[in-house]
Design a protein. Structure first.
Length: 462
């Protein structure tokens, strides 16, 4: 059997969209920047390497593409990245296809959120995997090509190199990512990085250089990169320095942070540096729920900071997209508190994304979360979910069984978004770069309005 000398990274796709299945959901693209970091490092070492995304293609379709173009089988392992538990069924099918075609192929599986919590459990549900990498792997990626090094979940620093987006199949479709820092460590009960200490932000001048290098990868075309940072925590001095180096690039970018992490003056400098969309993890405006999820110790102070940040975003032309998490113990009263708080600041809110908390992971980790949630009045929909799927949906409270939670999520999103605001936010980072408003309108027309998280105010194209 002929084997290529090509190293292929495969970002596992989805058999169905993770929230609601409609045409717009299947348009969304998520660049696997973690896998791209590993591919970039190997590329810098001189290896022939590429990254392909499963997205919403079937495992069979993507596997056939790799065989037809001669990348598989290879003398090197097949590198499979599973970015979320939603992608696990896709990965299971794909790995079975690879082993059936070439029983001697070596499959290395990464994706720290899926592999890390319990590698023993994952090996049981993904038996085709020869090696499981439970953490960040820049320091061991080259040795993984030929060896089985000792692997762990230890933190690794943000790489000093710029991600090479040209290694991604059809990279022109994807908005790029630039990694600014790693870690969070803020202790939120639902967060995977609650105990991983936040890393100092990359030097502003170097970050601006990386942005320019990425722009060159796209031949100078318009890019709207996402500055990846679980806890984007710039101070005024850093933001001012970054603006001095990034302003002349004319690059509009997006990032995420906590609502109590940056000041109004910092937002002013970041806007000058090109910040145009800011994803804010408010999660709740109910003091009870803020305390329950460990979001803050002082809810009043937390909400004052959030209000000030929203005002700063409005004043500086930054679109603020609010994330709301319907948490264990949620009641009509707590949701009303959040809704009223958002209503009072609607002129500063570009959109709202709403969803219920889920227990991600196998029983080893999920059971700990679920035990605490039961004390808040929540209960799993199916006690077997963690073992079978690694995802456990819950009934939040007697007020909010799962069906009512879905209705409430859609209603709150629609309260703040119509098709115009939704397109403005999604097209900035998540839709293909060549996906225009006419494409969007056609997809809206082809979708069930009952499944859309925004109000359709105008008749769209058929």
């Amino acid at each position: 059997m002929f084997r290529s000398n090509h190293i292929t990274f495969v970002s596992a796709g989805l058999l169905t969209p993770k929230k609601r299945d409609h045409a717009l959901a299947r348009r969304q693209l998520y660049l696997n920047y973690g896998a791209l970091s590993l591919a970039t490092k190997l590329g810098l070492k001189g290896y022939e390497v590429s990254l392909v995304h499963g997205e919403h293609s079937s495992p069979e379709e993507l596997f056939r593409q790799l065989v037809d173009c001669g990348r598989f089988p290879s003398i090197y392992p097949l590198m499979v990245s599973i970015p979320s538990f939603y992608a696990l069924p896709w990965a299971q099918s794909f790995c079975k296809l690879a082993k059936a075609f070439d029983p001697h192929c070596r499959i290395v599986v990464g994706g720290r959120w899926v592999v890390g919590p319990d590698p023993v459990w994952l090996q049981g549900v993904l038996q085709e995997a020869d090696v499981l990498a439970p953490g960040l792997s820049e320091s061991v990626i080259e040795s993984l090509l030929t060896e089985n090094p000792v692997l762990s979940r230890i933190a690794e620093p943000t790489p000093s190199f710029t991600l090479n987006h040209r290694l991604v199949d059809d990279f022109q479709k994807y908005q790029p990512s630039i990694e600014a820092s790693r870690g969070c460590g803020m202790g939120c009960a639902f967060c995977e990085e609650r105990d991983i200490r936040v890393e100092k932000l990359s030097d502003g001048a170097k970050l601006a250089v990386s942005m320019a290098q990425v722009q060159a990868q796209y031949d100078g075309g318009e890019i709207r990169p996402y500055l990846q940072s679980s806890m984007f925590l710039p101070n005024v001095r850093w933001a001012d320095d970054f603006a001095e180096h990034a302003y002349h690039l004319g690059i509009a970018w997006r990032t995420e942070t906590r609502v109590d992490a940056i000041t109004a003056k910092t937002v002013e400098h970041l806007a000058r540096a090109g910040l145009r969309v800011l994803d804010l993890g408010l999660e709740s405006a109910s003091p009870r729920q803020i305390l329950a999820m460990g979001k803050a110790r002082d809810p009043d102070r937390y909400l004052r900071a959030a209000s000030e940040l929203l005002s700063a975003c409005r004043a500086n032309g930054v679109k603020a997209k609010i994330n709301v998490l319907l948490y264990a113990g949620e009641t009509r009263s707590t949701l009303d508190e959040t809704t009223a708080w958002l209503d009072a600041r609607s002129d500063a809110i570009a959109g709202v994304s709403v969803g219920p908390v889920l227990a991600y992971g196998p029983p080893k980790t999920a059971d700990i979360l679920i035990k605490g949630w039961r004390e808040l009045g929540a209960r799993p929909i199916d006690d077997r979910s963690a073992e079978l799927l690694g995802i456990t949906p819950i009934h939040l409270s007697p007020d909010f069984p799962a069906e009512a939670t879905e209705e409430a999520s859609l209603a709150l999103s629609r309260r703040f978004m119509d098709e115009d605001s939704y397109f403005a936010l999604k097209s900035f980072s998540y839709y293909p770069r060549d996906y225009g408003r006419n494409d969007f309108d056609k997809d809206v027309a082809a979708s069930d309005p009952a499944a859309l998280p925004f109000v359709v105010r105008h008749t769209t194209a058929a």
